[in-house]
Design a protein around this ligand. Structure first.
Ligand code: ADP
Ligand code: ADP
Length: 237
């Protein structure tokens, strides 16, 4: 479970990005965070895995007080949380399979990741994740040979192979065309149904959020202005 208790975040330039956030997100929920650009969606998501520090309040993830973690503890904690970005954040000049392997074999030095000394079990785990998002046939293709939608699926497979408790996705479909965006949202839906991972994504496309997510959190000027079921949302949130 993720719990925000009176969380505030002020950036060093004095921008107040989050103000008095109180939220509870249970295991297995599929949540979309919506709001205008600059509302604080990205900051909210990035506090959960400590990409950003909070300024006040408490943030607790599966019993861990996230704001109190230090150094190596942060890295260990992050292994339990998958992160998907708008820009995919893949290593484009190596194969799809290697990109996925790197996610859960992080202790290897970089040269070994690139030259590829992995066990059979590790490869099976990575290939299984690729199969789950329908791109097993691309395992040995270099990432830069793939379309944007395929790259986002590689990112999703990489996250799945990591076997996290939570998937955070920061505008995962913003750079995709509508058809591909739907395929990626279908992947999220299936993953949410088949596993007990919580999925929390930022999305500025309100219709897509309402169509796919179970719960909608509306953010405006750093505050939660709506929190409820997608089917109850009044379109002018
Ligand atoms: P959203 O994801 O809803 O577009 P953000 O969380 O990115 O909103 O931004 C919220 C506010 O915080 C905005 O005013 C933005 O300019 C500001 N902001 C975001 N990141 C930083 C940063 N690293 N330093 C300073 N201000 C930031
Ligand atoms: P995205 O939403 O895809 O992360 P943004 O354009 O919102 O991209 O932000 C890009 C980077 O710039 C992020 O690291 C964000 O934290 C930072 N940033 C955003 N707004 C500001 C700001 N007003 N001042 C300083 N950094 C910012």
């Amino acid at each position: 479970m993720i719990e925000f208790i009176n969380v505030g975040k002020t950036y060093p330039n004095n921008v107040r990005a989050l103000d008095n956030i109180n939220l509870k997100i249970e295991k297995g929920e599929f949540v979309a965070i919506i709001g205008l650009s600059g509302a604080g969606k990205s900051t909210l998501i990035r506090c959960i895995n400590r990409m950003h520090d909070i300024s006040e309040g408490e943030l607790i993830v599966d019993g861990v007080k996230v704001d109190a973690l230090k150094g190596k503890e942060i890295r260990t904690f992050r292994q339990r949380i998958g992160m998907i970005f708008q820009s995919f954040n893949l290593v484009t000049r190596i194969s799809v399979l290697k990109n996925v392997l790197v996610s859960f074999v992080p202790e290897l030095p970089f040269w070994r990741k690139v030259t590829g000394i992995f066990s059979k079990d590790q490869k099976i785990r990575a290939l299984t994740a690729l199969d789950k998002v329908g791109i097993l046939d691309k395992a040995y293709v270099r990432v830069d040979q793939l379309s944007g939608g395929q790259q986002q699926r590689v990112a999703l497979a990489r996250t799945l192979a990591q076997q996290p408790d939570i998937i955070l996705a920061d505008e995962p479909i913003a750079s995709l065309d509508p058809v591909t965006a739907r395929q990626v949202m279908d992947d999220f839906t299936r993953i949410n149904r088949e596993t007990d991972m919580s999925i929390i994504l930022n999305i500025h496309h309100v219709e897509m959020a309402l169509e796919y997510a179970e719960r909608i959190i509306g953010v405006r000027e750093g505050r939660v202005v709506y929190d409820g079921k997608a089917e109850d949302v009044n379109q002018d949130v």
